[in-house]
Write a protein that binds this ligand. Structure first.
Ligand code: NAG
Ligand code: NAG
Ligand code: NAG
Ligand code: NAG
Ligand code: NAG
Ligand code: NAG
Ligand code: NAG
Ligand code: NAG
Length: 267
C-alpha cells in the first residue's frame, strides 16, 4: 500500500467514524421523552434516555415511577402536568410543595428563570395568606384550615383586587405568597364548582422561549434539534452531520431555506 492509498483509507475511515458517530446523535435525539401522561416530547426537553445534547440546559425532566415528571426551575421543583404539542411552546406546571400540601411548611413565591420561561397570559395570580386569625369580613369560601406545629390556623386565598380590599385585615397573617393559577380553573372556583386545592393542583401555564424558531427551521429541513455539549449552543443534528442552523437539503443552500412556522413536528 503506497502512502497515497494509505492516506485515502485513513481519511475515509475518519469520515466514516465521524459520520456514524454524528448519525448516533441524529437517531438518539429523534427519540422522545415519555413519562406517565407526558408522551412524545422532544427538544428542548431531555432526561430519561434523552441526553443533555438532545435538549437544552434548564429543561431536564425527571421521571419517577411513571408519574407526572418533575422539572427544576431556579432551584424550585415543579410537577409537569402537560406539555403542549400543538405549535405553542407551552407547558402546565405546579409547585411541588403546594401540589402535595395546601399548607406547606415553608411557603415560597414561584420564581421563573426568565431567560427560558415566561408566565402565559392564561394565568391569574392568587394571593395566599397563611397563619391568620379568623377574619369575619372575608367570605368563608375564601378560607381554609391549616394544621401547623402551633396548632390549627386559618389561611385565605384572594384574587388581586380582593386582597387589596382586605389588606388591613390580612396584616396579621404571618406569610403571604403569590400563586399563579389557570384563569379557567379560577372561574370554576369562583362559581363554586371546584375547590381551591383542585384549582391549584391543575397548575399554571408557562411558555418556553429557548431556540424554538431555530428548532422549527431545523425540523423543517429534516433535522433533529439539540445543543452543543460544552458551549450549550443550538445544534441541528442531520443525517450526515450536525449543522449550526438547518440541514443541507439537496439542491438548496441552508440559507435559502424558508422558515415556515408550522405545527410542532417531531422531525
Ligand atoms: C424519528 O422519529 C419518528 C417518530 O417519532 C419516526 O417516524 C422517524 O422515522 C424517525 N426518524 C429517523 C431518522 O429515525
Ligand atoms: C431539583 O431540586 C430539588 C430541590 O430543590 C433537588 O433536591 C434536586 O436535586 C434537584 N434536581 C436536579 C436534577 O437538579
Ligand atoms: C394538554 O394540553 C393540550 C393542548 O394544549 C390539551 O388539548 C389537553 O387536553 C391537555 N391535557 C391535559 C391532561 O390537561
Ligand atoms: C403574577 O405575578 C408575577 C410576579 O409574581 C408577575 O410576573 C405576573 O405578571 C403576574 N401575572 C398576572 C396575570 O398578573
Ligand atoms: C394537627 O396535627 C397534630 C400533629 O401534628 C395532630 O395531633 C392533630 O390531630 C391534627 N389536627 C387536625 C385537626 O388534623
Ligand atoms: C411573595 O411576594 C409578595 C409580593 O412580592 C411578598 O409580599 C411576600 O412577602 C413574598 N412571600 C414570601 C414568602 O417571600
Ligand atoms: C457529548 O458528550 C458525550 C459524553 O461525554 C459524548 O458521548 C458525545 O459524543 C458528545 N456529543 C457531542 C454532540 O459532542
Ligand atoms: C420561499 O418562499 C417564497 C415565497 O413563499 C418562494 O417564492 C420561494 O421559492 C421559496 N424558496 C425556497 C427555496 O423554497
Amino acid at each position: 500500500m503506497d502512502a497515497n492509498t494509505f492516506f485515502f483509507f485513513f481519511s475515509a475511515s475518519i469520515i466514516f467514524i465521524a459520520y456514524s458517530h454524528e448519525n448516533d446523535h441524529f437517531l438518539e435525539c429523534n427519540g422522545t421523552f415519555n413519562c406517565g401522561t407526558i408522551q412524545g416530547i422532544g427538544y428542548p426537553f431531555w432526561g430519561s434516555g434523552r441526553p443533555l445534547y438532545c435538549g437544552h440546559r434548564g429543561f431536564e425532566l425527571i421521571c419517577q415511577e411513571n408519574q407526572s415528571p418533575f422539572i427544576n426551575i431556579s432551584s424550585q421543583r415543579f410537577r409537569v402536568l402537560n406539555i403542549s404539542r400543538t405549535g405553542t411552546e407551552m407547558m402546565t406546571i405546579a409547585p411541588v410543595d403546594i401540589w402535595e400540601d395546601p399548607c406547606p411548611q415553608h411557603p415560597y413565591n414561584v420564581s421563573l428563570d426568565h431567560s427560558l420561561f415566561d408566565f402565559a397570559a392564561t394565568n391569574q395570580n392568587l394571593t395566599l395568606f397563611y397563619d391568620c386569625p379568623l377574619e369575619d369580613d372575608i367570605p368563608s369560601q375564601n378560607r381554609f384550615m391549616c394544621n401547623t406545629s402551633n396548632g390549627d390556623s386559618y389561611a385565605y386565598y384572594l384574587d388581586e383586587s380582593s386582597s387589596r380590599i382586605h389588606r388591613s385585615e390580612l396584616e396579621d397573617c404571618s406569610t403571604a405568597i403569590i400563586l399563579p393559577v389557570n384563569q379557567r380553573e379560577l372561574d370554576e372556583l369562583w362559581s363554586g364548582k371546584e375547590k381551591i386545592v383542585d384549582a391549584w393542583n391543575k397548575g399554571f401555564d408557562v411558555i418556553y422561549v429557548k431556540d424554538m424558531i431555530p428548532c422549527m427551521a431545523c425540523r423543517s429541513s429534516g433535522g433533529v434539534c439539540g445543543s452543543h455539549n460544552t458551549s450549550f449552543e443550538f445544534i441541528c443534528f442531520c443525517f450526515d452531520q450536525p449543522y449550526s442552523k438547518s440541514c443541507l437539503v439537496p439542491g438548496m443552500s441552508a440559507s435559502s431555506l424558508n422558515i415556515s412556522i408550522h405545527p410542532f413536528r417531531e422531525a
